[in-house]
Design a protein around this ligand. Structure first.
Ligand code: ZN
Length: 181
């Protein structure tokens, strides 16, 4: 059986947009969550953010082996420590980089019943939350790389995805100044 969604990959402009807050949890959103989970399990992956299926809403799903979860309008309020982890992304299939991020974070948001959730996350879970939050802000893995590694990564990505074109790259002029859309 095929997945409800095809995961958007590097070069798709939707991955560079800032997703909008969700104001209502309705039947449509619940269906979206079900379809995102099915898509995530089929890949397989342990997390998936709405922009990765082309939906510009602040929502992600995950399962780190303890069952499916969905977080609506997530916010990271505290981040401490440092942890290096080889990180990959379903939107950048087959590529992994060692990336340093805070080791522990505090995530708040809402579940599908509209209840506030508050999670103290460490290591893998903290990493997952930070990764998915990035997707909601149009940030991709390569943005965490140093200039040289990023340059090499972009080259690989352009070779790998025939029409890969990083929207963010386009807005950066040769002089390095950022032109906002
Ligand atoms: Zn990702």
């Amino acid at each position: 059986m095929s997945s409800p969604y095809k995961v958007r990959v590097f070069g798709d402009p939707v991955l560079r947009k800032v997703a909008a807050e969700i104001s209502d949890v309705d039947a449509k959103l619940v269906k979206l969550v079900d379809d995102m989970l099915e898509t995530m399990y089929a890949e397989p992956g342990i997390g998936l953010a709405a922009p990765q299926v082309g939906v510009q809403r602040r929502l992600f799903v995950y399962d780190v082996g303890e069952g499916p979860e969905a977080i609506v309008n997530p916010v990271i309020s505290e981040a401490t420590g440092e942890w290096v982890y080889e990180e990959g992304c379903l939107s950048v299939p087959g590529l992994y980089w060692e990336i340093v991020r805070p080791k522990e974070i505090h995530l708040t948001g809402y579940d599908l019943d509209g209840n506030e959730v508050s999670i103290e996350a460490d290591e893998l879970l903290a990493r997952l939350f930070q990764h998915e939050l990035d997707h909601l802000d149009g940030v991709m893995l390569i943005d965490h790389l140093d200039a040289d590694t990023r340059k090499a990564a972009l080259k690989t990505l352009r070779e790998r995805f025939a029409d890969a074109d990083d929207g963010q790259e386009k807005r950066v002029k040769p002089g390095g100044s950022l032109t906002l859309p």
